[in-house]
Design a protein around this ligand. Structure first.
Ligand code: AMP
Ligand code: ZN
Length: 140
């Protein structure tokens, strides 16, 4: 299998999962912009946004929203940025469609760095627990 996100979806490559349904998964980015940076992607391989069927896209964006709420609630984030790149000209590196859900904090931006295993385990556990509570109220 050539696609790393297909491998993660199949369980043949490791990831710090925070959510899994029959069609959508969410896991931590291994090179986070900020603590809790999460990727939301379908299990099925679609190259980019334009290839994704609308009903699946609706499910993906609901998970994006729930992840954003979980980051605000459980990690103490003050804001959340959603990013979705299509095509190498736009910065897409992994050609399996995905949404970045990136929390931001009042202490300012820490800068990109490799995710440490203990951090990955702790953060993914907190987010997974927060996702079990359905609370998608807006940012105050
Ligand atoms: P994009 O530029 O939108 O294609 O972003 C791809 C993202 O995938 C980057 O932020 C990478 O850090 C992240 N990434 C690549 N490989 C993995 C992996 N095995 N597990 C988690 N995140 C990954
Ligand atoms: Zn794939």
């Amino acid at each position: 299998m050539a696609c790393v996100f297909c491998e993660i979806a199949a369980g043949s490559a490791p990831a710090y999962f925070i959510y899994r349904s029959q069609r959508v998964i969410a896991f931590l980015d291994i090179y986070p912009v900020e603590k809790g940076h999460t990727l939301v992607t379908p299990l099925t391989h679609y190259r980019d946004l334009l290839e994704v069927p609308d009903d699946l896209l609706a499910e993906i964006i609901r998970v994006v929203k729930a992840v954003a709420a979980a980051q605000l609630r459980s990690l103490g984030a003050s804001g959340v940025r959603v990013v979705q790149n299509n095509g190498s000209a736009a910065g897409q590196v992994v050609f399996h469609v995905h949404f970045h859900v990136i929390p931001f904090y009042t202490h300012g931006v820490s800068g990109r760095r490799a995710l440490k295993p203990d951090e990955g385990e702790a953060i993914s556990r907190m987010l997974a627990e927060a996702l079990r509570v359905d609370d998608t109220k807006g940012i105050s």
